[in-house]
Design a protein around this ligand. Structure first.
Ligand code: DGY
Length: 307
């Protein structure tokens, strides 16, 4: 019996790429023209675009299994209009992403990267490293108190921070103060951690007003999507000293990072690796493959994207 034909949209980790090849008749984008009629499923990561044109080119497509919790890489309306099922990988990455957010905040406030450069440059022989800021005792705002946001909040509480948050709606069951807007949240905290999903609804939610509300001693951490922050406004705020620092895992045009940010000592830059730990990536891979297998078996998904 012939195996289902699955399209692999790059970039995929070698392990996921190979696993799809072992279990299915795998097709890559370069060979799509010959196999478009056969493709019933797509496996992609959150850096691989699945746009309306690609969906339209696959007449038998029934499922898109996304390796990642964010799915703004997929034209979801185009998929849903055709009744195509879409899955993501929630929960399994909460700890890893929360750890990255806290690591970025600590690294920026305690100037870990400049201190490392200072030692490597042999400067310790001549001078003391300047005093730094501190996370304990500070106020941190979480923009997007979902599962990952809550995982960030509990870690910050353990570090001695006061946590507040902004969501579109106040949550009934959380012990943190609520702010009615992103700007109001930023005005009342020392640091802001961005964890909202990407997409049209959150585009440039962190704009000049929010950055100015955070202020010259403020630190912005973004482990969500580059699109959530107005990147030119962020660069200008840091360059003018209207914002104290930033810890970034995500950017507007990945893998491009603005040259101005690369030149700044007040920012810590990661290459979109918030979920990039061995156990988390293994769990994300397994969940992606489970979703695909489940849909092929009986048309259900383990973790469909939220409605
Ligand atoms: C995701 O899975 O969407 C995140 O970007 C992980 O880093």
């Amino acid at each position: 019996m012939s195996r289902p034909t699955i399209l692999r949209v790059p970039p995929l980790s070698p392990q996921l790429h190979d696993a799809v090849g072992e279990q299915y008749d795998a097709v890559d984008l370069a060979d799509l023209a010959e196999h478009a009629e056969d493709v019933v499923g797509i496996v992609c990561s959150n850096s691989g675009r699945v746009d309306g044109d690609l969906i339209a080119a696959l007449p038998r497509l029934g499922v898109i299994a996304n390796h990642g919790v964010g799915y703004d890489n997929i034209d979801v309306p185009a998929a849903l209009e055709r009744g195509i099922a879409v899955s993501n990988t929630p929960e399994v990455l909460d700890d890893a992403v929360a750890e990255t957010a806290v690591a970025l905040l600590l690294a920026v406030r305690r100037q870990v990267v400049p201190a490392d450069r200072f030692v490597r440059a042999g400067r310790w022989l001549e001078e003391a490293f300047p005093l730094t800021g501190q996370v304990a005792g500070s106020r941190v705002g979480i923009l997007g108190l979902g599962r990952i946001g809550r995982a960030v909040a509990t870690r910050l509480e353990a570090l001695g921070c006061t946590v507040s948050y902004h969501n579109r709606h106040r949550l009934p069951d959380v012990p943190y103060a609520y702010a009615a807007s992103a700007a109001e949240l930023a005005a009342g905290v020392d640091s802001l951690v961005v964890v909202v999903p990407g997409g049209a609804g959150t585009a440039a939610l962190v704009d000049r007003e929010v950055l100015d509300a955070l202020g010259p001693d403020g630190v912005l951490v973004n482990v969500a999507r580059g699109s959530v922050v107005d990147e030119p406004a962020l660069v200008a705020a840091l360059a003018d000293g209207r914002l104290g620092g930033a810890g970034l895992d995500v950017y507007a045009e990945e893998p491009q990072v603005p040259a101005e940010l690369i030149a700044m000592d007040t920012v810590v830059l990661l290459p979109h690796v918030a979920s990039g730990t061995h156990p988390t990536r293994a769990a994300m891979r397994a969940l992606t493959l489970d979703n695909l297998a489940s849909w092929l078996a009986d048309g259900t998904l383990r973790t469909p994207i939220p409605e």
